[in-house]
Each structure stands twice: as C-alpha cells, then as structure tokens.
Design a protein around this ligand. Sequence first.
Ligand SMILES: Nc1ncnc2c1ncn2[C@@H]1O[C@H](COP(=O)(O)OP(=O)(O)OP(=O)(O)O)[C@@H](O)[C@H]1O
Ligand SMILES: [Mg+2]
Length: 393
Amino acid sequence: MQYYEYQKSNNCAPADMKRNPPWRVALTVNMKGVIGWPIDAPPDAGAEFDQKETVEAIAAALEADGHWVTICPADHTLPAALLDLQPHFVFNIAEGIGGDAREAQVPALCELLGIPYTASRVLTNALSLDKTQTKRIWQNLGLPTPRYQEFHTGQELIDPSLRYPMFIKPAREGTGMGMGPRSIVHTESELRERVAWVIETYKQPALVEEFLSGREFTVGFIGNPGFPGMRSWPTLYNFDGYHFFPVLEIDTGRCVTPGVYGYKAKSLYLEKTGAPGYLCPADIPAGLRDQLYALTKEAAEAIGVCDVARVDFRLDADGNPFMLEINTLPGLNQELSDLCIMAQAEGISYYLLITEILYLAAERFQLPTPSVSASRLLLMTALRQLEPALVAR
Ligand SMILES: Nc1ncnc2c1ncn2[C@@H]1O[C@H](COP(=O)(O)OP(=O)(O)OP(=O)(O)O)[C@@H](O)[C@H]1O
Ligand SMILES: [Mg+2]
C-alpha cells in the first residue's frame, strides 16, 4: 500500500501567482460534439455546451490582450491538465458534466487547486443551475418570481392555489432545454403528462410555474459590489460597482416555438426564419427599466454572483415583472448570445466584454490588473462616446 505523494512541482499555486498580466489562462469549456451521450439521454442533451467558434473567439479576445490561452475540456482530464499547465488564471465557461450542480464543478476544482477563476463561485453556480432553489431564496426575500411547485415523482397532489395555464420545465437545465409550446399546460391531465415526461427524460425534478403571458426581457450586467475606482475601465461602472447593459426584449411571438424562448429558438441565428425578434434597448418606460435593473441587482446579490450574470424576466398580464431565472454563466457567443447582443447594442466590443470579465475576476483575487494603456484608454473613450444603437431584428 502507498499514498499518492503530492509533488511540489505539481503545486498549482505558482510562485509568480501575483505577477502582472499577461497570464497563462486556461479556458475551461464543454464543447459541443465532443462527448458521446448515452442512449437514454434527452434529445437536446449538450444544448448548453459551447460551439467551437465561441471558444475560439473568447481565446482570441484574451490573446489580443497578450495572454497565453490554452483551451481545456472540462471533463475528467481537467485536474491533470490544470496541474500540468499551472495557469495563472482560469477563464471559466464550462457547463460541467453530470451530477446535480455541474456548473459548480470547475469552480470547485479551481478552489481546490488555488487557481483564480472568472465568474461566480461554487455555491452560486450550484444554486443558479437549480431554478427551484434560486426561487426559494428570492421568494424569501420578497423578490417577484412566478408561483411554483416542484414535482419529484409526478404523483404529488397539485397545490390548489396554483392557477392555469402553467409552464413546466426541467428544474436544472438551461438554453431552453425541454421547453417549447407543449410546456404550457391548461388542465391537470396535460400537467401530469408533461411533468412525467420531464422527470423521465431529464432524470430530475420538474418545475411547474404559473404561466406569465406578458412581454419577455433579459437584463445583463458585469461588475461586482464596491467602488470601481481601481478597475481597468473605472468609468464603465456605476458607483456601486456594476455596469448594466441595455435591456433586451425577446419577441417570442414570431419564433419557431411561439410564445416560448426555447432551445430551438435560442439556437437559430438572428436573421433566420423562426428566430425570435431581438430589440435592444427595449422600448420600455424608464420606470420599468430601472425596476428591472434594481431587481436584477437584488436577485444577483441574493445568491452572491461574481463578475457577470443575466436575469430573465416576463411580465404578467397586468404588466408586473417577474424573474424566471438567473444565468451565472451566460452564453458568450458573439452572434447569438443575449449578453453579447446587449453589449453590441451599446457599442461595447466583444474583446472589451471578455477582457473586462477577466479583469473583474482579477480584482476580486487581488491580482494586478493591467494599467490602462494609452491605446486601450483611447479605444474605451471612443466606444463610450457612441450612443446605444438599437439592435432590432
Ligand atoms: N413561468 C413562465 N411563464 C412563461 N414563460 C416561461 C416561464 N418559464 C419559462 N418560460 C419561457 O421559457 C423560456 C426558457 O425558460 P428559462 O429562462 O427558465 O430556461 P433556461 O433554459 O434556463 O433559459 P436560458 O437559456 O436563459 O438558460 C423563457 O425565456 C420563456 O420564454
Ligand atoms: Mg432563461
């Protein structure tokens, strides 16, 4: 019998950890088409995984700032890869594989190995993946989220206070997985059938919510609480440390899954038939916009979000906003992802969006962020002078 001997040379906290950028960056990702799914996997398994073009665009943005980027699959090979690479930083977009908190896998590994990483931490990513748990926290704080019931077996008595129509989704998926027009149910028999299908297909609880029939918005931000004076782009942020992008309205009326921003609609390029309409900034009164921003901030702080997030909203029939869920690893596809559409509408380039996420995380880990170079400052100033452009497609 022998104990595995921890090699000093494998210690992932390199001596030059606090060095100035550029850094060795491990980009941790689960890419589409890489792993094979078991025969009983859901039809949209892996929908959340990233496209090669997204991963390469993020790597290119980081490399444009001088970093050395290695793309690392976030699977069983990751621990060895990180020990071998000894990165100064992990840029994490990995959805993870298996278990009930897969988005927390890379953060947990980084914490175990002592490597700084971007975006939210273990508990936050575990919570945000679990829509029901997140809603419990929001509800306790009095934040508006549709009334709901979670079904584990499908045999539970239905809460008599819930009103039809209702909306049914897997409790721990994203990218509209398991969601389409058939998610909307009007009777108990429809509800039972759909709940059984979700539990059976996704091997997890079904979340049943009251259906919100109003307009749909999504609100994204980058930032962290605290005065932003020492950041690489201080003027981008409000005094409280956040930058909110213009609100994006999703018009699901004309999309392939009418009334629902489901997986099929999310995967269509913007101009394609069946894609939803995107309007940014949304044409809404300033009062509603500010209410959405305030709710997003409270919702994010309630679960301890770091660096970046996006909260999805719907209005009820009376025009009141309710929060559906929060995305703590929001998609970063330059063309398709809501957060990138918002940044683009404001004139913030993809390169600046990606590098800001890295430097926000660096600030949290007390790593030196780049002093603002003359060219970067010029670029930022030029961009800030642009008026938000309406993206309407
Ligand atoms: N209670 C509800 N009432 C009305 N529509 C809903 C409701 N819940 C979800 N939807 C519709 O389904 C879509 C997907 O739902 P939700 O945002 O909860 O799932 P998701 O798969 O986690 O999304 P994302 O891709 O943002 O991770 C919403 O954008 C909305 O169109
Ligand atoms: Mg969503």
